[in-house]
Design a protein around this ligand. Structure first.
Ligand code: FAD
Length: 481
């Protein structure tokens, strides 16, 4: 890793990697990731990527309308139009890679359906689409001479200067400062602010927190999506997702008596958007006084299920559930963040040289609730747009003073702060928020934030993450109250 680049990209998920690939080949680029590259939400994506590729049976207007309905019309319409109209070109680029997309017998792409979509428009690679895309993008990025990829490189601080940004990273060799003309923040979601989430361990909101402290606008962090069907395991923080595509292929949601119940709450039944289904599960659990719910796809053939959902089948077997014979125990849990670092249509924040893309950003495409399979599409379209805007700029004249300001010396971070934050969020701001718990929780979280800022703790990845989690929780609870 050098100490100066044209562009520093923080995050090596689909948004960060695709942005890197779209920067001009004479641009010197650093992609930094705090852990190994496959540890991220992108690698976990199962269902697929939405896009209008079949104009005979689908249209841009329908995809726009579905996205706006799922988002409760709180979406930025112009951003939705960009997403839907430009997305198919980005998908065609992925079709040109060696990803073995699922296809019909006649060779046509297999397009699946998920909640809230009025047409089959989701392309996928079995039930591990994100992993397949990551492998293809990582291979391509590593073949580019202008891109350095560094892992175990934890962004701990960012500061603007006249000609760019200085980013400080915690690395195995100590704290390193790197100067660049532009930064793209692509650090993913915030799931780890909850006790139970489908998100990977890296989803602690570090990029959003750093952008907040730099003065970027942060919008709609209270728009948190809860997925209705995470595997209801008894242990562990990360909950395995039972993809919406399982309902798309006909699975029924059952209550503790083994009866379907969605007709009580929404005429779209199991294929209503996620927020509607999650709400319905919580209301039904209150009606029945019982939190046991199941997803049942046993009426589809064994051959079909093994071919269509091999990863979910294997993973459930490890938990003692055979999806070809048994209903799967499920319950809602935190899944996605619609809000984030506010950006324009070029993915630029209000800070001149700072861009953001992917789940950490707020383009406004998702409104109050993301339509299934629109987030990989957003990461691609707006990751590329960040790169194209930077390509068009001539002000690559970084000349700042590259010095570290952070210190690894200091007291160790006391244990328990992150757990407290997670318990508060799980109680106060789950599917149906509890205003009293939110007020009480906010007071406690402010105390934690104060302690982190004034405690003189050593700068470690744990400190950066604890600071991010409690700042994100504070912003969400304030907005909620
Ligand atoms: C289980 C699951 C299933 C999903 N299924 C789908 C689906 O089928 N279709 C769909 O469209 N979406 C799906 N999503 C959502 C989608 O996967 C994510 O929104 C998207 O992949 C986010 O991409 P990203 O590049 O923004 O972030 P990520 O892929 O999470 O990457 C974030 C990167 O930032 C790095 N990072 C974070 N903090 C720091 C730091 N301080 N310093 C350095 N690096 C840092 C991480 O190391 C990582 O490399 C799913 C999500 C989950 C969790």
């Amino acid at each position: 890793m050098k100490n100066q680049y044209d562009v520093v990209i923080i995050g090596g998920g689909i948004a960060g990697l695709y942005a890197a690939l779209n920067l001009d080949s004479d641009t010197k680029v650093l992609v930094a990731a705090k852990r190994e590259l496959n540890l991220c939400n992108s690698s976990l994506a199962q269902g697929g990527v939405a896009g209008v590729l079949d104009l005979q049976n689908d249209s841009f207007d329908l995809h726009i309308e579905d996205t706006m309905i799922a988002g409760q019309h709180q979406n930025r319409r112009e951003a939705v139009e960009v997403l839907v109209k430009e997305g198919p070109d980005d998908l065609r680029r992925l079709l040109d890679t060696d990803i073995a997309w699922d296809r019909e017998e006649n060779g046509e792409l297999h397009m699946t359906l998920e909640g809230g979509h009025s047409r089959n428009r989701i392309i996928h690679r079995k039930d591990s689409t994100g992993d397949a895309i990551m492998v293809a993008l990582v291979n391509e990025v590593k073949s580019r001479k202008n891109i350095d990829v560094v892992t175990e490189c934890h962004m701990a601080n960012m500061q603007e200067c006249d000609s760019g940004v200085i980013t400080e990273f915690i690395t195995p060799d100590g704290i390193k400062a790197v100067g660049s003309s532009f930064v793209i923040i692509a650090t993913g979601g915030i799931g780890r602010v909850y006790k139970y989430t489908t998100n990977s361990a890296i989803a602690t909101g570090d990029g959003i927190t750093a952008a907040y402290f730099m003065g970027a606008k942060i919008s709609n962090l209270q728009y948190v999506q809860f997925h209705p069907t995470a595997f209801a395991s008894k242990e562990g923080r990360e909950r395995f997702l039972i993809s919406e595509a399982v309902r798309g292929e006909g699975a029924y949601l059952l209550n503790c008596e083994g009866k379907r119940f969605m007709h009580r709450y929404d005429e779209r039944l199991e294929l209503a958007p996620r927020d509607v289904v999650s709400n319905a599960v919580i209301l039904e659990s209150r009606r029945m006084g019982n939190e046991h719910f199941y997803l049942d796809i046993t009426h589809r053939s064994r051959e079909f299920l093994l071919d269509r959902f091999p990863m979910i089948h294997q993973r459930c077997l490890l938990e003692g559930v055979d999806i070809t014979k048994d209903p799967i125990p499920v319950f809602p849990c935190q899944h996605y963040l619609m809000g984030g670092i506010d950006v324009d249509l070029n993915s630029k924040t209000r800070l001149d040289r700072v861009y953001a893309a992917g789940e950490c950003s707020h383009t406004g495409v998702h409104g109050k609730n993301r339509l299934a399979s629109n987030s990989l599409l957003e990461a691609l379209v707006f990751g590329r747009r960040a790169a194209e805007h930077i390509n068009s700029r001539r002000d690559r004249d970084f000349c700042g003073d590259i010095r570290t300001t952070l210190s690894v010396g200091g007291a160790p971070l006391p244990t328990g702060m992150r757990t407290t934050v997670r318990e508060i969020m799980q109680r106060a701001y789950f599917v149906i928020p509890d205003p009293n718990a939110a007020e009480k929780g906010l007071r406690k979280i402010k105390e934690i934030n104060d302690r982190i800022e004034k405690g003189g703790f050593a700068v470690t990845p744990q400190l950066v993450e604890a600071r991010s989690l409690s700042k994100i929780a504070e912003i969400i609870l304030k907005a909620a109250i």
